[in-house]
Design a protein around this ligand. Structure first.
Ligand code: ASP
Length: 287
């Protein structure tokens, strides 16, 4: 059995953006599904799915990321595997096409998180795809910057070997202070994975999510059920304000998702399904 869930961020999606969000999530799911269905690892599936989202300017990750207060793109990404709870993450990284692949290359290194120039130097040493930081700016993002939107992408996979992995990738918040770090590269805040319990990934207001260690809360509450645990954590977040959307997979491969943002694009599928399930908001009927 395998199971896969991706999200395209807790945000507002205008009617003109709906199709791009839906198809972007389906394309990402398809990249991960191909790997899981042929017996590949959850880590590889997460990387493949997130790379698709990073390449798609519909989403605030990789190409088309948000611009900080200096008009520059600084990105964060994480990859965590649930068998030995290894973590690889990068933050405030500039000029790489796929931060998730740099995070994956970090997975079995001693440090769990590298920042800024050190992260980029690591990417270079590992022969990752580097670029001019300006190459990551998309026309769509220049437009979005004016509307002050933000989001993060995420993916969780459960593979046929019984292993979980989770990944996040984001350009952070529009107009944020240079060097700002949110929840997305911090284990226990924006994400977590442990084969014994499950895995979770969040998008939303990073400072609020980090202050409430939202991913850790979900992990501790997973025995109540995946969606219950997510909903309770978002309720807790609301005590200090802040928007979020989260996805979960349990150790048995059961998925759940919840959000208090207006929209939250999600796609999921298991080996038992004939087709992907795609939603832009919880109250939507499936189509
Ligand atoms: N959580 C991300 C951050 O704070 C942004 C988002 O998901 O909206 O960097």
């Amino acid at each position: 059995m395998w199971s896969l869930i991706v999200h395209g961020g807790a945000k507002e999606i205008s009617p003109e953006e709906e199709e791009a969000n839906r198809s972007g999530c389906i394309n990402a799911l398809e990249a991960g599904r191909t790997i899981l269905a042929s017996g590949g690892t959850a880590v590889d599936a997460v990387e493949a799915a997130v790379r698709v989202l990073e390449s798609d300017p519909t989403f605030n990750a990789g190409y088309g990321s948000a611009l900080n207060g200096d008009g520059e793109i600084e990105m964060c990404a994480s990859l965590m595997e649930g068998k030995n709870v290894n973590v690889g993450a990068v933050t405030v990284i500039k000029g790489v096409w796929h931060p998730i692949s740099v995070a994956k290359a970090m997975l079995f290194e001693e440090p769990i998180l590298l920042a800024s120039g050190g992260a980029r130097r690591f990417a270079q040493q590992k022969q990752m795809e580097l670029c001019d930081p300006a190459d990551l700016v998309s026309p769509e993002q220049l437009e979005r910057s004016r509307t002050g939107k933000h989001d993060t992408v995420g993916c969780i996979a459960f593979d046929q070997h019984g292993n979980l992995a989770v990944g996040t990738s984001t350009g952070g918040l529009d107009g944020s202070h240079p060097g700002r770090v949110g929840d997305s590269p911090v284990p226990g805040c924006g994400y977590y994975a442990d084969n014994h319990l499950g895995a979770v990934a969040f998008s939303g207001d990073g400072e609020h999510i980090a202050r409430k260690t939202l991913a850790a809360r979900v992990m501790h509450a997973l025995a109540d059920g995946p969606e219950q645990a997510l909903k309770a954590s978002i309720k807790e977040l609301e005590t200090i304000g802040g928007e979020a959307g989260g996805i979960v997979l349990t150790a048995a491969g059961l998925s759940g998702w919840a959000h208090n943002s207006r929209e939250f694009a999600v796609a999921f599928m298991t080996s038992d399904d004939k087709h992907a399930h795609v939603f832009l908001r919880k109250e939507d009927k499936e189509n």
